[in-house]
Structure formats: structure tokens, C-alpha cells
Design a protein around this ligand. Structure first.
Ligand code: AMP
Ligand code: MG
Length: 416
């Protein structure tokens, strides 16, 4: 049996970043940039008006007040998208719309609200400074600037930035293809109404969702019965995947053959059993060079093991630098006990109360109680030595989502 750290370290050493591929920017959301993006032009590309109003020479407005406005002659109307060919002289103004290019000669814009138009003249009622309400070329991004460094996670604003620079596609790290196999003679497909003694294969679905949630492409292999030949046959079909996840059949039962198969076809099982609960019987190895996670069968163990070991590997493959979930300190609300010698990952609900985070277990912690994962937004992590966690103790909580950051008012509505 090895520690959680040792297991993580061994696993991560077997995964490298995948190659990059070019994708349309609409397909790039949440992926990781595989190239540096430089600005091919300024943004904005030219000096333009920040307001609807009048382009002027600021010196002409020096004495302007509401009581004694300055009258200027309007020489033209400049709409957004139109470039003026004129050169504005003293005593002149140009009607201008937001986003339109500032005409030559003008050095400020007077907002419409500060002007009174009268036919082809305009009365300016305020003094404006040089450059007022002009957006300058390159004030957002300068030509040649490194705007999106390789390794950036592509969020919507990044897609907006790529578009404004004219990039319709970008190089990103490939998404790993993850083959998912369930094992167990008791399992039936979701379409089947399970007869007595059988249950629906739910692990493959939970795993597929976890794979998708962190950017991977799930490939469903279905169910293999508890026979070595069946397991081998299914695994052979998975060899074009980047990695394989199986669930069940790695414990000490008479029909738990995943470990044997790993040895027989790959002769490469790197470890079996991790000092943790849930998830102890995890086996990690490879089949013909394709990494294989033999996750335990219990529905909670599957999901918790995925979180601790598979998710970081998938994120690493996709070029992420932050591959572990955030952990925060919280005040424990309900006393509970645990076994010595192994690390516990306790399903919990964490919430913010005033300036503190409070965490309560979801109740029954059996590794078959999937409801505990449905309710949880975090996992309390209790180290190997500890056996009793008291009310009021400060504990580490691994966040499974962002719900703890929801407003206190919203959380108050949820009975905990
Ligand atoms: P095992 O490690 O194969 O003995 O499985 C442990 C427990 O998890 C058993 O109660 C299994 O019925 C259950 N189990 C295994 N695989 C699945 C699955 N794919 N979906 C739901 N439950 C499963
Ligand atoms: Mg089984």
C-alpha cells in the first residue's frame, strides 16, 4: 500500500502533454493555448471617438461655458466605419459617432450632452482638454505585444481578444481520448430493467461526465463480465485511447481479475492499493503502453479516485499548469471519527458564513452511498494519523466546484 502522494507522483510521471492541434476559436473554450499569440495590429487600430458628440480643436473651447458657449461651424458628419478626408481648421467641428475615426486636425471630442446644435453650427458649452474622449490606437493592445502566452486557459474574453486580432483559429493542446470500461457480472446496460441480482452500470456514466468536465473525450466501452477473457477482449478495443479507466474488479474478491489481466497482457502494474478511503484498492498500470487506471467499483470510490488521480493526469495532458483542486481551511461543524493509518476524503458541504468557511459532512459515508457525492461540494481531507475530528476543528477541504463562493444569502436558503 502506498501513500496518496506517492500514487499521484507515480501516476503523473506516466503522462506528458499531448501534441497541439489547430481549432476554430469557437471550439477553443476552456482549452489551453499551445502557441504564443502576438498582436498583429494595434487595438484599437486607429484613434477614435469614445462618445457621440463633436470632434474639435480643444483650444477653440478654452472660453466655452454654458452661459457663454463657443459657436463652431460643422464641416461634416462622421459615422462609425467612415474615414474623413478633411482636415479640421480653427473654428470648425465635425459631428462624430462613437467608434468613428478622429479627423485630422481635431484633438478632442465634446460630448453631445455638452453641445447645442443649430443647423450647421454647434454651440459648445464646456471647455475640453486635449485628448478628451479620444480612444488612442494601441491603448488596449500594442502591435507586436504578447497578448496570450502559450499555456493560457481560453476563457470567453480570450476568444474575444483572438477575434479582435483576426485570429479565426488557434493552436491548443489535444483533448485526451479516455476509454471507460465497467466490470462486473452483476451489471446491466442502462436500457435494461435490471432483474433481481443485477444493477445498472452507473460508474461509466459518472466517469464519462467527470472526463468531459475536465476536457477529455469519453469513449464508452460498456461492460465486461468477471472473466479474464472478457476483460482482455474489451481492453484490446481500447488501445487507440490515450488512457483507459476501468471500474470494479480490483479488490480481493474471487472474481476481481483486473490486476491479473494488467500483469498478463501488459506485465506492467505500477502499484496496487493506496492508503486512502474511499478508494483503497486502486491499481495503476498499462496495457501495451496505454495507461490503465483500475479504479475500485463502489460508486463513491470511483468518483473520489477520479478526482484525486485521473483528473490531474487529464489536465496535465491538456497543458494545464494548475492541475489540482483548490483546498481551503474550514471550521468543522459536526464531530466525526476515522480510522488511523489512511487518509480520508469525507464528502462534505462547505459554505461561507460571515468571514468563515463552515463544513459539515453529508452524513452516511459508505462508499456505496452515491447520494453523498450528489450533495457534496467538497471533500474534507483528514490525514493518516488523526482519528477524531471535533466540532470547531479547522480542517482542509478540497473544493469540487465553485458553489462555496455563492452569496451567503443564497446559501442561507439551503437547509444544512
Ligand atoms: P467490485 O470492486 O467489483 O467488487 O465492486 C464493488 C461494488 O461496486 C459492488 O457492490 C459492485 O456491484 C459495485 N459496482 C461495480 N461496478 C459498478 C458499476 N459500473 N456501476 C455501479 N456499481 C458498480
Ligand atoms: Mg466486481
Amino acid at each position: 500500500m502506498i501513500s496518496v502522494e506517492k500514487a499521484r507522483q507515480t501516476i503523473l510521471a506516466h503522462f506528458q502533454q499531448l501534441d497541439i492541434e489547430k481549432v476554430n476559436i469557437l471550439d477553443a473554450l476552456n482549452r489551453v493555448a499551445g502557441e504564443d499569440i502576438l498582436a498583429v495590429h494595434h487595438i484599437p487600430p486607429a484613434d477614435n471617438s469614445a462618445m457621440d458628440g463633436y470632434a474639435v480643436r480643444h483650444m477653440d473651447t478654452k472660453s466655452a461655458t454654458k452661459a457663454k458657449p463657443v459657436r463652431l461651424a460643422i464641416i461634416e458628419d462622421i459615422r462609425a466605419g467612415i474615414v474623413s478626408g478633411k482636415n479640421l481648421q480653427r473654428g470648425e467641428a465635425a459631428r462624430i459617432m462613437t467608434g468613428a475615426i478622429i479627423p485630422q486636425g481635431a484633438d478632442a471630442v465634446v460630448r453631445q450632452e455638452d453641445c447645442l446644435r443649430d443647423g450647421q453650427t454647434v454651440s459648445i458649452c464646456v471647455t475640453v482638454k486635449k485628448d478628451q474622449d479620444i480612444r488612442f490606437a494601441g491603448e488596449d493592445v500594442k502591435k507586436g505585444e504578447l497578448v496570450i502566452p502559450r499555456g493560457t486557459i481560453i476563457k470567453p474574453a480570450v476568444i474575444g481578444m483572438l477575434a479582435s486580432l483576426g485570429y479565426a483559429s488557434i493552436q491548443v493542446h489535444q483533448r485526451p481520448r479516455v476509454a471507460i470500461m465497467a466490470t462486473g457480472d452483476e451489471l446491466v446496460d442502462i436500457q435494461v430493467n435490471p432483474p433481481r441480482g443485477k444493477i445498472v452500470n452507473s460508474n461509466s456514466y459518472a466517469l464519462a461526465a467527470q472526463v468531459s468536465a475536465c476536457g477529455g473525450i469519453p469513449v464508452m466501452l460498456g461492460i465486461a463480465g468477471d472473466k479474464k477473457a472478457e476483460l482482455k477482449k474489451k481492453l484490446k478495443k481500447a488501445l487507440n485511447a490515450d488512457l483507459i479507466i476501468s471500474s470494479g474488479g480490483v479488490s480481493v474478491g474471487d472474481f476481481d481479475f483486473v490486476k491479473d489481466v494488467m500483469q498478463e497482457i501488459g506485465n506492467s502494474m505500477y502499484f496496487w492499493q493506496v492508503a486512502m478511503r474511499p478508494g483503497k484498492p486502486l491499481a495503476f498500470g498499462a496495457v501495451e503502453g496505454v495507461p490503465l487506471f483500475g479504479l475500485p467499483g463502489n460508486p463513491v470510490s470511483v468518483m473520489v479516485s477520479f478526482e484525486q488521480f485521473v483528473r490531474p493526469a487529464l489536465l496535465k495532458m491538456q497543458g494545464h499548469s494548475k492541475i489540482f483542486r483548490q483546498t481551503i481551511k474550514a471550521v468543522n461543524a459536526r464531530e466525526f471519527k476515522k480510522k488511523a493509518g489512511i487518509r480520508h476524503f469525507i464528502r462534505a458541504i462547505i459554505r461561507k458564513q460571515k468571514d468563515k468557511y463552515i463544513v459539515s459532512t453529508t452524513g452516511e459515508q459508505g462508499s456505496g452511498i452515491l447520494q453523498s457525492m450528489v450533495l457534496a461540494n467538497g471533500l474534507i481531507i483528514i490525514d493518516e494519523k488523526t482519528t477524531l475530528v471535533k466540532k470547531g476543528d479547522l480542517v482542509n477541504v478540497q473544493l469540487l466546484d465553485d458553489s462555496v463562493f455563492l452569496s451567503e444569502k443564497f446559501m442561507a436558503k439551503v437547509k444544512l
